[in-house]
Write a protein that binds this ligand. Sequence first.
Ligand SMILES: [Zn+2]
Ligand SMILES: [Zn+2]
Length: 253
Amino acid sequence: MREAVEQLLLPAECLLCRALLSFRDSTRVVCDVCRHRWRPLRPPWCARCGQPEPLFGRCRLCAGWPAVFGLARSAVWLDAGARDAVHALKYGGLSRIATDLAAVMVGLQVPALDAALLVPVPLARARVRERGYNQSERLARALGRRWRRPVVDLLVRTRDTVPQTALTPEARLANVAGAFATRNAEGGTRNGRTGECSAFRLPTSAFQRPLVLVDDVFTTGATLAEAARALDRAGARTVSAVTFGRAVVPDFT
Ligand SMILES: [Zn+2]
Ligand SMILES: [Zn+2]
């Protein structure tokens, strides 16, 4: 409903360069020209975390990840236009841009995708209230439509965390430690807190399936690794992750 209203009220022009969109593209938010300016990540990269390979030694970015977390890939570097697009999704209330972002994630290579379930990284409840939606969930649903894979809300945030943006890599790890839990498989309630989501039922075999975490941005991977840890505790066999953007992080080598 909200999206339908947005579509009626917003002129059909590119969010980033304001060029008019053709009628065929009028459901899009970003024009082809802007989309082609986004810089895709390309190999050579660390086979596990997808970060460009360090010149010397092994990759430090994913060294501390739990064993279950085998692979992370991002579609584009988070500079200029790509950053604006994520901001529109996160802070601009423009959830339908998720379709545009998902469109560049479709080509990401994930093992056993044809059996996988997509798992959005959950947002703190206060922020969902503020924003009206969880951007990762919107992104997962848009990607799920393209990949024809189901989206399952397996994770909940157990506590709020401070925004990661200003933190060092070490502080990021501490900030997200223990921030996620899996939903109660029997009742499906959020840790039995309020009875909210009581109609939610986990497929009993969900944790046996390949799980693919979906998030908007990969910065150091700390949040994704922590989410993978929660899935691991619940018995997940393999966890991968895909994000739209990858921050140009400080050099760890
Ligand atoms: Zn444009
Ligand atoms: Zn790595």
